[in-house]
Structures are given as C-alpha cells and as structure tokens.
Design a protein around this ligand. Structure first.
Ligand SMILES: Cc1cc2nc3c(=O)[nH]c(=O)nc-3n(C[C@H](O)[C@H](O)[C@H](O)COP(=O)(O)OP(=O)(O)OC[C@H]3O[C@@H](n4cnc5c(N)ncnc54)[C@H](O)[C@@H]3O)c2cc1C
Length: 411
C-alpha cells in the first residue's frame, strides 16, 4: 500500500482549512501556507445549506457549530418595491427532516475559527502564516511550491501533491498556462452587520429574507446565535473607478454614500427603514469566471484546485463556501484510495466534482437575472413564486447531494 500522501495546501480560508481537516482525517500529512500574517476571515455572514452542514457534522464539528450558528426558521421572498411576500420556504425542522441536516447561517469568522480549531486540535497539520505562494513546478513524482514571506525571504517546499485553495486570484491556478483572469461581473455587493437589539422591532428577523428589486436584490439573515443581522445587497452597475485594489480587498464606505444605500432609502416599507438603521456598509466588487467545462479545470497532474480558486461563483445560490466544503470531502475520499496512484486519485476528485460545481456556477449566474428581472420576466417570476412557492424554492438536487450522514461519518 502507498504511503500517506504528503500534501501541500496553499491558502487557509474556508476551503483550505476544510481540505486540511478532511485530508488529515483521511491520513494525509499536510503543510498549509497562508499569505496573511494571521488566520482570519473578512466579511460578514454566510448561509450553509444542508449539503454543506452534513459534511461539517461528519467532520465532527456539529457541537462547535451549535455554539455560534443561527437557525433560520424560513426563507422569505419579498418584492422590494411593494413589500409583498411572494413565497416562503420553511427551513428549520423541515430541512432537517428532508435532508438530514439543518439550514444554518453563521458569521464567516466563526466558521473559519471552528475549522481552524479543529485543524489545530487534530495536530497533524503544519500551519504557516505570512507565506505567499508565487510559483509552482511539477516533476513526474512530486510538486514544488515557491513561497515568499512578508520580508521577501524565499522558501521552496516539495510534496506529493498540491491543493490550490488560494481563492479567486489563485496563484496556483495562474501557474496553469492559458487560463483567463477573473473578471468583474458587473455586480457590486454592499454588506453590513447590525446588532438586532439596535434595530427597530419591526426590522428584527430570524428568517432568511430576500428582497427582489429591478437590477438589485437584498438578503438578510441572523448570525451569531441570532443576535446580529447580516445584510447583503447586490446592485448592477459599473465598478467605481476611485477605489484602488478593491478586487482583492473590500472597500470601507461611509453610510449612505450612494449606490445601494441610496436605492434603499427610496424603497417602500421596511427596506427604507433598514437603510436608515445601518450605520456602516462595506463594498465588494463581485468578480468571477465562466463555469468550469471539464475535469481539467480542477486538476492537472499533482495539482488540484478547490473552492474559489477552482470555481468562483456569484453568491446568488449562497453556495461558494458550501462547494469548497463539498470539494474538501470529495478530495479526502479520493485521497483515501491508497491502492491508486496519487495523480489518479486527484483525477477522480476532479471527475466527481466538475459537473456539480459547474451546475452550481450556472444556476448562481442565472439567479442573478431572475432576481433582478424587470418587465415580462419579472411578472412571470412573481406569478411562479406565488403559485409554486416552496416547490420552486426548494432544491433537492442541491441540498440533497452527497452520501447520507451515516455513510459520511463512517469514512
Ligand atoms: C457577498 C458574498 C456573499 C457570499 N455568501 C455566501 C453564502 O451565503 N454561502 C456560501 O457558501 N458562500 C458564500 N459566498 C462565497 C464564499 O465566501 C466563498 O466561496 C468562499 O469563502 C471561498 O473560500 P476559499 O477558501 O475557496 O477562498 P478564500 O476565502 O478567498 O480564501 C483563500 C485564502 O487563500 C489565501 N491566499 C490567497 N493568495 C495566496 C497565496 N498566493 N499564497 C498563500 N495564500 C494565499 C487568502 O489570504 C485566503 O486566506 C459569498 C461570497 C460573497 C462575495
């Protein structure tokens, strides 16, 4: 039987830590390199569908998550202009019963901290911060990665395989010749976190609520045990030219500086009041790539991509991190096939993942058009939501994916 693989992981976000945890549980030796000086996550909330929660629970993270998640009771879809409720999908017990795991919402820093603590507790992974990958080379039996620390000191490490989990602007992916760069999607994301206690009672909510407007939509949901409300608004428009380097780092904008906050101020009902209640927005440019078109987009030789490095997507199915978590589970189960050559195991990972992630990428893109529709498309959308309600919002192909919980926990 082959020796346990010596795996290098580039990037310590949700994807990289998930990969480290799952692959170490599958017996791999892991060295993970993160460019930031400290592990952490910027941004605000994240929704986790039962497909992702099932995997996290199988990794033994259920109890740690219980302490920090919120458990929304329902998904509500509303019209932003009139405040009309178009459809409701029960979450809570309904999701648990149907898919064997709940639908959760969480602050991404909390999810990241749970994953990091689990990787550290396992003790089998060497974690190094302040180390940025800048080049990758493969030989027939190994892969080499060149890194630089904050002082510019170089370091070369060698392993049996490399997992590129270094996000949208992946340097590992960049080492694959001929790949197009990520591009601005034409959509801006405005994000805010507000303590529920600081909101007027009518604005406090323990549901996931989506407000549909023309060329914009807004989502809010509880995080941190329900004590905070996470708000994300998405607007179509050109990229503001005056913010430097904002593909990578979000810009901090003062409240009501135009864009979404201005549009909300004019909206009917609770949305207008919500915009008044948000003291501070942060702005992101959403960038992406075309959906992956084959297994080669995920693996080449001894190098595998995972998460946003492999398949960035618009957040309109709320599944980018979910797909990174699923990727990690699949990578670990492929790596555990010790009787196969390592490149074949990686190939298996890519073959088992690419159609799934491409479908989620495509659906996320399509949702953008549906959420922001005007004219006849909007009329048809609203009619379908009123008539079909939960049947339209529930997605068994998405939430029911993967092995049953008992199979996962026996891996
Ligand atoms: C507005 C918005 C809302 C979202 N909502 C949801 C949601 O509700 N549900 C959901 O599942 N997903 C959601 N997502 C998507 C989700 O945030 C991402 O898909 C997920 O965080 C990707 O994780 P990752 O680890 O692959 O990449 P990243 O989070 O980008 O992590 C990459 C890591 O690699 C490091 N790195 C980068 N370059 C290097 C280098 N050269 N060397 C070493 N390290 C490097 C970075 O510092 C970082 O730590 C949302 C995204 C946005 C923008």
């Amino acid at each position: 039987m082959a020796h346990p693989p010596d795996l290098l992981v580039a990037g310590g976000g949700i994807g990289g830590l998930s990969a480290a945890l799952a692959c170490a549980q599958a017996g791999a030796h892991i060295r993970l390199f993160e460019q930031a000086d400290a592990f952490g996550e910027v941004g605000a909330g994240i929704q986790l569908g039962p497909n992702a929660v099932r995997v996290l629970q199988a990794w033994g993270l259920g109890a740690a998550l219980d302490g920090v998640v919120a458990r929304p009771k329902a998904l509500q879809v509303m019209r932003a202009d009139s405040g009309e409720r178009l459809a409701t999908l029960p979450l809570g017990a309904a999701m648990q019963d149907r898919y064997g795991a709940p639908y959760l919402t969480i602050h991404r820093a909390d999810l990241h901290a749970v994953l990091l603590a689990a990787v550290q507790a396992q003790g089998a992974t060497a974690l190094r911060t302040g180390c940025a990958v800048h080049a990758v080379a493969q030989t027939s039996g190994a892969v080499q990665m060149q890194l630089a620390d904050a002082a510019g000191q170089g370091l070369t490490v060698e392993g049996d395989a490399l997992v590129g989990a270094d996000g949208l602007w992946s340097r590992v992916r960049g080492a694959w010749a001929g790949d197009a760069a990520a591009r601005y999607s034409g959509h801006l994301a405005w994000r805010a976190l507000v303590r529920q206690a600081d909101l007027p009672a009518a604005l406090r909510s323990q549901d996931v609520t989506v407000w549909l407007g023309e060329r914009l939509h807004l989502v809010h949901y509880p995080v941190r045990g329900g004590e905070w409300l996470n708000i994300a608004g998405f607007v179509e428009g050109p990229r503001p030219p005056d913010i430097a380097n904002w593909d990578i780092a979000p810009a901090d904008l003062p409240a009501r500086a135009g864009g979404l906050p201005a549009a909300l101020r004019d909206a009917a009902g609770p949305l207008g009041a919500l915009s008044e209640a948000v003291p501070h927005w942060r702005l992101w440019a959403l960038c992406g790539r075309a959906p992956v078109s084959g297994a080669d987009a995920l693996v080449q030789g001894r190098v595998a991509l995972l998460g946003d490095a492999a398949h960035p997507m618009l957040p309109y199915l709320a599944q980018g991190a979910g797909m990174a978590i699923e990727d990690a589970a699949e990578l670990a189960s492929s790596l555990a096939m010790n009787d196969m050559e390592l490149p074949l195991r990686l190939r298996r990972y890519a073959l088992n993942r690419w159609q799934r992630v491409a479908r989620v990428q495509r659906r996320s893109l399509r949702n953008g058009g549906i959420f922001h529709a005007s004219g006849p498309l909007r009329v048809a959308r609203d009619l379908s939501l009123r008539l079909l309600g939960a049947r339209l919002l529930d997605m068994p192909w998405l939430y029911g994916h993967g092995p049953a919980p008992e199979v996962l926990s026996n891996q």
